[in-house]
Design a protein around this ligand. Structure first.
Ligand code: 13P
Length: 299
């Protein structure tokens, strides 16, 4: 299957982008592996005609908005992000009327219509920088309440209204699992994603995006790390650091949507051009403004 994918990819001038949470065999065949921001930059910059996005729907949709001239393929159409579904458009419109003097900041884990109604998109790796560069001190942040609270704590002089969404996978990570591992393993360094709840964030030694977590473990010289995010990152961490130990808090941090895409799905995606992502032109143009604002402010 690997050889067939590599040949077809070449014939079609396609590349494979894989999010850090994908299956090990998908990460191993991808041309680029990374976090949401890194992959959106690659999607925009690359010269290939076709991109196979091994991730979830909002990632492929963002790539299509950033590069409408490219064919963006999502191998499994129902690889969705439950967090991105936690914004009701009518409620968002009501918020926009009620809080018309606020800047609306949305996480990249949102649909195109949400991005179209917001002023700027952020990811976990650039949210702090972007919000520091927004002049307005009134912010509506959506939809992840955990990332929102984490960012709010960095800006005591800004006023935040935070949506009530959360990632069900990160929500399952509990501080009691971390504490019990810390009691068993000496000098355990806790690396957590800001989508984790506040109790988990408080015991973390480092908070960052999936790429930042991987970079932190690559660059530091500790022996034992506890990884509080979706367990897909463990494959890359072990590959890069064979002499370090990586622990996960319990067995619950697996995102079923991120694990839906198999090598066979990627092969079929290239062979049958499925599933080609399309976005309504008007929505796409508005969402592009918010995504480009992210790229401008994160630069
Ligand atoms: P990253 O940008 O950190 O890769 O996060 C994406 C995501 O969906 C986390 O759950």
């Amino acid at each position: 299957m690997r050889d067939k994918i590599i040949k077809l990819k070449k014939d079609l001038d396609a590349i494979i982008l894989a999010h850090n949470y994908q299956r090990a065999e998908v990460l191993d065949i991808a041309d680029y592996v990374g976090d949401s921001f890194y992959l959106s930059q690659i999607a925009k910059k690359c010269k290939n005609k076709t991109i196979v996005f091994a991730g979830v729907h909002f990632m492929a949709e963002s790539a299509k908005i950033l590069s409408p001239e490219k064919e963006i393929l999502l191998p499994v159409l129902d690889a969705l992000c439950p967090l991105s579904d936690m914004v009701n458009i009518e409620t968002l419109k009501e918020f926009k009327e009620k809080y018309s003097d606020y800047t609306f900041v949305c996480y990249i884990n949102t649909s195109a219509d949400v991005k179209a109604l917001c002023n700027v998109v952020v990811t976990s790796s650039n949210a702090e920088k972007i919000i520091s560069r927004i002049e307005n001190d009134k912010i509506v942040f959506l939809p992840d309440k955990n990332l929102g609270e984490h960012i709010k704590n960095k800006f005591p002089n800004k006023k935040f209204i935070i949506w009530d969404g959360f990632c069900p996978t990160h929500q399952r990570i509990q501080v009691k699992h971390i504490i019990s591992l810390k009691e068993k393993i000496n000098n355990l360094v806790v690396l957590a994603h800001p989508e984790c709840n506040s109790e988990v964030r408080e015991v973390a030694d480092f908070l960052g995006s999936t790429k930042e977590i991987i970079d932190f473990a690559n660059k530091t010289d500790y022996k034992n790390y506890l990884i509080a995010t979706e367990d897909g990152v463990i494959h890359t961490l072990k590959q890069n650091n064979p002499n370090k130990n990586f622990y996960v808090p319990g067995t619950t941090a697996t995102c079923i949507n991120m694990k839906k895409t198999t090598l066979e799905d990627i092969y079929n995606s290239l062979l049958y051009k499925k599933h080609s992502i399309t976005v309504d032109e008007e929505i796409s143009n508005l969402a592009l403004k918010s995504l480009m604002k992210m790229i401008e402010l994160a630069g």
